[in-house]
Design a binder for this molecule. Structure first.
Ligand code: PMP
Length: 429
């Protein structure tokens, strides 16, 4: 069973029972209770009981290095975030239909990080997941443009709702996308993204669809980690000229992962790296360091067009505990200058990775690094061998041959050394 990493194959349960009876019993109970749609990483699944920084501790007390998980972005179980969540949960949690100053303050703070990229008076709307954020962004784009057509990259992933799964070819393959969706090759040197987008617009028009939006993950994670995205600004101009909006999906790259300058306008966001001024920005994953909080930032006129069609309410979206998680996470990102750490440690990693002969390409921005091998088999083999050394990592890209290195942003030099030592032992020679 191939995939983003080596998944556990339920057919191997008897063999697992020989190696690890307790894990096998738990896997059997899990399959019985949760059903067959879920996947477990690894041929020998792992069970963690505690986390700290970029480390996870298993039930036998072993320390694992986490070079995979981007949600606990300021570090597993960060004490400031944990305390803020606990204090708010012990005080009050309601929803966005009552006045709550902390929610307003967080929205103001968050919008202030955009550096004017979404105009002078942007708005923030809160959801619980990145999927909901992209779903809402699509509804806003449809309301603002009157169009329906959506353009995404060939191996894009934007989430799991029916609407968003229909713009996520990496989930169900090219056949799974909706009739109003067109795919373009991801931006790479030698390509011409603007021409591809123009062709997609023509194809949509021929089918009777005006454009609503170009949706891009600004690090192109599922397309194989493409931090330079040549031609993206030109493609954005083409979509705009045709009347479509541009949605920057910052669920993976946002909140400083790409190593921008946290104090500079727009420094926390991937779109700034590409010199873009998007219309809508979608957020998720690291926003609450693991607490489910996500959202959409948008230009005032587009949010107004959406609001003219009806109200918006999301029961848990932006509740006071979610806001406490999000505010404390944003405070830690800035106070600990985690984007600066991502920039420094990420650059060190990229330089060291370039020294390994096995990689055909190494691409990175901050602590989002893609190191490409010559085949999926080679990449999955490295993932499995790193697991033996208690290092967590995964693969990405249409051909699944790229190692995806995406640790918590507090990754230290010692953590980087451990990863590099592990790779030196795990890589094919
Ligand atoms: N957009 C991108 C780029 C993502 O990577 C993901 C999640 N992997 C999502 C959206 C969806 O987020 P969620 O799983 O929180 O719904």
């Amino acid at each position: 069973m191939a995939g983003p990493t080596t998944y556990f194959d339920p057919a191997d349960l008897p063999a697992l029972a020989e190696r690890d009876p307790r894990a096998a019993a738990l896997v059997a109970r899990r399959i019985a209770a949760l059903g067959p749609a879920y996947r477990l990483f690894y041929r020998d699944p792992v069970e963690f009981v505690r986390g700290d920084g970029a480390h996870l501790i298993d039930r036998d007390g072993h320390d694992w290095l986490d070079a995979y998980n981007n949600v606990p972005s300021v570090g597993h179980a960060h004490p400031r975030v944990a305390a803020a969540i606990a204090a708010q949960a012990a005080t009050l949690t309601t929803h966005t239909r009552y006045l709550d100053e902390a929610t307003i303050r967080y929205a103001e703070d968050l919008l202030g990080t955009l550096g004017g990229a979404l105009g002078d008076d942007p708005n923030a709307m809160f959801t619980c997941t990145g999927s909901e954020a992209n779903d809402l962004a699509l509804r806003i784009a449809v309301a603002a443009t009157g169009g329906r057509g959506v353009i995404v990259t060939e191996h894009a992933y934007h989430g799991v709702t029916t609407e968003v799964a229909a713009i996520s070819p990496s989930l169900g393959g090219p056949e799974s996308i909706a009739p109003w969706v067109r795919m373009v090759p991801p931006p790479r040197a030698g390509g011409d993204l603007a021409a591809d987008v123009r062709a997609a617009l023509d194809s949509l028009a021929a089918a009777g669809y005006a454009p609503a939006a170009l949706v891009v993950d600004t690090i192109f994670a599922s397309d194989g980690v493409l931090p330079d995205a040549p031609g993206l600004p030109e493609a954005v101009a083409v979509v705009r000229a045709a009347g479509g909006l541009v949605v920057a999906d910052e669920v993976q790259p946002g909140f400083g992962r790409l190593g921008g300058d946290a104090a500079a306008p727009g420094g926390l966001w991937g779109f700034t790296r590409h010199g873009l001024r998007p219309d809508l920005v979608t957020l998720g994953k690291p926003m609450g360091n693991g607490y489910p909080v996500a959202g959409v930032l948008g230009r005032a006129e587009h949010i107004a067009a959406f609001a003219a069609r009806g109200r918006y309410f999301n029961t848990f979206g932006g509740n006071p505990v979610a806001i406490a998680a999000a505010q404390s996470t944003l405070d830690v990102v800035r106070d600990e200058d985690l984007p600066g750490n991502a920039r420094r440690v990420g650059a060190r990693l990229v330089e060291a990775l370039l020294g390994f002969d096995a990689f055909v390409d190494v691409r990175g921005a901050g602590l989002f690094i893609g190191a490409e091998l010559d085949s999926e088999d080679a990449a999955l083999d490295v993932v499995a061998r790193l697991r033996e050394r208690r290092i967590l990592i995964a693969t990405a890209g249409a051909d699944n041959a790229t190692l995806k290195i995406r640790p918590p942003l507090c990754f230290t030099d010692a953590d980087a050394d451990r990863l590099l030592d592990g790779l030196a032992a795990a890589l094919p020679r």
